[in-house]
Design a protein around this ligand. Sequence first.
Ligand SMILES: C[S@@+](CC[C@H](N)C(=O)[O-])C[C@H]1O[C@@H](n2cnc3c(N)ncnc32)[C@H](O)[C@@H]1O
Ligand code: SF4
Length: 369
Amino acid sequence: MAGIYVHIPFCKSKCRYCDFTSFPDKLNLAESYVACVCREMSKRSPAAEGVNFDTLYIGGGTPSVIDKTYIGMIIAAAKKYYNLSPSAEITIEMNPGTVDESKISFYKKCGVNRFSVGLQSAIDSQLADLGRCHTLNSFVYCAKLLKGENFNADVMIGLKNQTAEDVQNTIKVAHAFGASHISMYALTPEDGTPIYTDYLNGELPDGDEVAAMYAAGLSCLESLGYRRYEVSNFCKEGKESRHNLNYWHRGEYLGFGVSASSFFKGVRFTNTFDLDEYFKCILSDNFAVIDAQKPEGEDAREEFIMLALRTADGVCLQDYKSCFGSDFLTDYAAVIKKLSHCLEVGENRVRIRPEYLFVQNSIIVEFFA
Ligand SMILES: C[S@@+](CC[C@H](N)C(=O)[O-])C[C@H]1O[C@@H](n2cnc3c(N)ncnc32)[C@H](O)[C@@H]1O
Ligand code: SF4
């Protein structure tokens, strides 16, 4: 089974921390952009003949900021050009400041069955510091419209003036309003974004403080019945994001739109990050790929391990053997021995012990040292 990702690079405004490919001032291009995405989908489709797709993820940027009928066009194109299962998981990302009732009911009519909402914090002063275009009330309004739906709330930790208690209160709000899934991301102060200056000025919490926030968030999530299945992702039973699980299992996916990446038939490729260039390529009947690589041998192994160790289940020994024809425990015997205090070796799995999952990056690098 494979996934489809569609990138919508438009936002109502630019958040102070965000370095995703998203533009706050180009909404007038949405119609022609969506036409290009549909054209790209059509052009790529012969390569995917015979492949079954099980997930469609419309992300961004802010898909909910564009006219709702464009979302309908994207879903229709995915169904027309690809073998998208009737039971596919179809997710749309939404910023609470861009949502209304008619959009949500239209998305549902088009087949959307999973929603992902950027809450970030339940404290309005923190939302303002982040440059978010909404307040807590906007989230509450949105969550009420999603009552009974399968929806995720994004929460951020490591914010200016944030306490561990604030993190827990934010999680409690997401839970109280029915989120079936919560992603808890540690703020990355990306160079070039306005928030990077806050970081340089020492205004953001340090590593130990962020670790304490993560621990507080984790215990709150677990006490409310959310199971951690990846370092930043928690859900009620059976509500894992199938689309993201496919990434971590090194499954195939096709990405459409500016900056979208793909992993298909063993090749990783990425579209241009330049919106004008994307239009130029697609309108001249070319693809918009700027980079393509086929990870083989050691590179493929590293990808597999890096992705799997982020998940709570870790590396499946049988999957490793069927992918690479050798035994994980033998290939990495020395490092597994060295890291025995933070790894759990089971009958068919090697995983990072739960208490070390937050520092998985420093563990994973040991495998490639
Ligand atoms: C594409 S956005 C979600 C939808 C919508 N654009 C929004 O922000 O509400 C994806 C998520 O990535 C997270 N994110 C973006 N930039 C980040 C950063 N620099 N550090 C940590 N998390 C970040 C935010 O939690 C955000 O909700
Ligand atoms: S709304 Fe989402 S994608 Fe847009 S700037 Fe903010 S975080 Fe980035």
